[in-house]
Design a protein around this ligand. Structure first.
Ligand code: C5P
Length: 411
């Protein structure tokens, strides 16, 4: 599934609320998640609604709260499987002893447990229960099994309990839960300036006609969205496409390769990472006509003289103050060979090589697969990325680039 409009990849969190008195703190937690830049969707168990009203969470998140698996109206909107795929992370707070038991045994008897079973998202839970329940061997077994299944348990804390007992079992304070989520809240690209070219270019033949290509711009826009979500200052130099400007991104609209080059050279100053994702037209008309070219009755053929466009990415890579430069290689055969050649010939730091001959991938599609190639000393390293939504591939490319940026110097 592709991202919903306006959502940031890596920043979609499903907050599950169980039936514990600590549920009143989940409202504050939802607020903190929103403040940290997450898009939050809330699912409450039936019992949770006895402790806190869904309307409270709806008001705080701006999204309808889901409470039932068998609600035809809600399922007609975003079905539960769609919701399970949407989430990058699931956080259950509070996670009661019963909820832990059901999850440890793979139950799917309500919406929240079903979503947990259906989702590949990273999973966190903040247990909350009476100290005797937490200390019971059955709960200890369940906690152990959940950790084995990949759940990250945040807490519980020890201290005064709502029931009057003192001991381990208190839910962590929302601020501490946020700290526990730190990997998810981190903005590793904070302070970096990223410039991305995207979409096609248009090369005028006359005032009404042009040469162009079918590039949709989706991959470049996915990269811009992901870079902004990671905290970077993002400039997106875009050819004409039918896409909305991603949240938090500065967009610079251009038409021709020459315009794109001018914008790139201007913005490359002080830039840490440059990604050439645009499908730049290789040639342009040598002399675009000033007035509309007329069809001539006495000639069946027409000759256009084309000249080569500048290679934008190679120009950026040739600068003394060059940033880390990532290029794309869209190929229909010998993917890696052409990718490696581009890496060396254009002096790039990384190439994202994708096979555009595969149906449903690459050009215009929502999904993509690619081989990432980068220089490691004199060797070239590789990482094959399977078919996946462009938003996920964009995250993988950026994470790889950020780790390279930390180990190489491009100041
Ligand atoms: O040479 P080729 O067009 O296959 O190289 C693709 C890579 O080079 C992409 O990263 C593309 O954005 C970039 N490019 C460019 N300027 C051009 C042609 C390609 O920046 N004139």
């Amino acid at each position: 599934m592709s991202a919903l409009p306006g959502t940031l990849p890596g920043k979609r969190i499903l907050l599950g609320i169980g039936a514990g008195i600590a549920a009143y703190k989940s409202a504050h937690l939802a607020r903190l998640l929103k403040q940290a830049g997450f898009e939050v969707r809330v699912v409450m168990t039936e019992g949770a609604q006895a402790f806190i009203a869904p309307l409270t969470l709806q008001a705080l998140t701006g999204e309808a709260v889901r409470t039932s698996l068998l609600d035809p109206e809600a399922e007609a909107g975003m079905g539960h499987i769609e919701l399970a795929r949407w989430a990058d992370r699931i956080l259950i707070a509070p996670a009661t002893a019963d909820l832990m038991a059901r999850l440890a045994h793979g139950h799917a008897d309500d919406l929240l447990t079903t979503l947990c079973l259906a989702s590949h998202a990273e999973k966190f839970m903040a247990p909350a229960m009476n100290q005797a329940m937490w200390s019971h061997p059955a709960t200890a077994r369940n906690a152990h099994r959940l950790a084995e299944d990949g759940w990250q348990l945040l807490g519980p804390d020890s201290g005064d309990q709502a029931c009057g007992d003192v001991g381990p079992g208190r839910m962590l304070e929302p601020e501490d839960i946020m700290a526990g989520l730190s990997g998810a809240v981190e903005r590793p690209a904070e302070g970096l300036k990223v410039v991305i070219t995207a979409g096609p270019t248009r090369e005028a033949l006359d005032p009404v006609r042009y040469l162009s290509n079918h590039s949709s711009g989706k991959m470049g826009y996915a990269l811009a969205t992901a870079a902004a979500a990671l905290g970077a200052e993002v400039h997106l130099i875009s050819g004409p496409v039918a896409l909305a400007t991603p949240h938090g991104v500065t967009r610079h609209d251009v038409e021709s390769a020459d315009d794109m080059l001018a914008a790139a050279e201007r913005l490359a100053y002080d830039c840490d990472l440059f990604i050439g994702c645009a499908a730049v037209a290789d040639y342009r008309a040598e002399a675009p006509a000033e007035h509309k070219l007329k069809k001539r009755d006495d000639e069946d053929a027409m000759t256009l003289r084309l000249v080569k466009n500048p290679d934008i990415i190679a120009r950026i890579a040739a600068r003394d103050d060059r940033p880390f430069v990532i290029g794309f290689a869209a190929e229909t055969r010998d993917l890696e060979r052409y990718g490696r050649d581009k890496l060396t010939r254009k002096q790039l730091d990384m190439v994202v090589a994708n096979d555009v001959s595969q149906a449903g991938l690459g050009f215009g599609a929502d999904d993509n697969a690619a081989v990432l190639l980068w220089k490691d000393g004199n060797a070239i390293d590789r990482d094959a990325q399977p078919p996946q939504p462009k938003s996920r591939l964009a995250e993988a490319v950026l994470k790889r680039a950020l780790s390279r940026l930390n180990t190489t110097h491009h100041a």
